[in-house]
Write a protein that binds this ligand. Structure first.
Ligand code: ZN
Length: 210
């Protein structure tokens, strides 16, 4: 089973996740906005982290990635459609009043349709553009759980007021890639509490199931 631990990071309270295969103790970190609290959690659980991955290129999701890579000597897996955001990380930090950050280099491209392995567990990569052009979500089809980044929140959806966002793409992503999955699926959101696909498909005020 894949255990998902949420670690809120940065002043944006972004939910970094530590994904652990309970059989092998292998783990991956997703959306490392700040390395310090994540390294503490890794130490506390005693898991073996083999990679850091990201849903998209926003500062609160990747700002601590270079530090984590250096501390653990692990590779970074990233969806290249958001390379312009990753490369502009310094500018994002200045804009939001964050201390200077280092741009993490990418070791492996995350592409839609690929399977991402963590120990004996597997995550499917689903393309969900809209909030950002390269945004992906990670779906565990065995235990019915998902890491959704800034696509879908409890009772809300990701911002689409950035110049590179596309509100129509976001609606389409949620309706075609997420609401079509098992309704009991637990959704770990980039911000705020967890929810389920069924709950949002029924009651989300911004995007309902078609
Ligand atoms: Zn974002």
């Amino acid at each position: 089973m894949l255990e998902i631990h949420e670690i809120p990071v940065t002043p944006f309270m972004q939910n970094c996740t530590l994904l652990v295969c309970s059989e092998t103790n292998d783990a991956a970190v997703c959306d490392c906005g700040d390395a310090t609290p994540v390294l503490q959690k890794i130490e506390q659980l005693g898991v073996k982290v083999t990679k850091v991955i990201a849903t998209h290129g926003h500062l609160d999701h990747i700002g601590g990635t270079a530090d984590l890579m250096q501390a653990l000597q692990i590779p970074f897996w990233f969806p290249r459609g958001d390379d312009f955001l990753r490369e502009g990380l310094g500018e994002q930090a200045r804009m939001y009043g964050f201390p200077p950050v280092r741009v993490p280099s990418v070791d492996v491209d995350i592409v839609a349709g690929m399977d991402l392995r963590i120990g004996n567990c597997k995550l499917e990569v689903l393309p969900c553009p809209g909030h950002t052009p390269g945004h992906v979500v990670f779906y565990d089809a065995v235990d019915h759980q998902m890491v959704a980044g800034d696509v879908l929140f409890q009772g809300s959806v990701g911002r689409t007021d950035f110049p590179f966002s596309n509100p129509e793409d976001l609606v389409k992503s949620i309706q075609t890639q997420i609401y079509t999955l098992e309704p009991t699926t637990v959704v770990h959101c980039g911000h705020g509490p967890t929810t389920t696909i069924g709950e949002e498909a029924r009651s989300n005020p911004f995007v309902r199931a078609k």
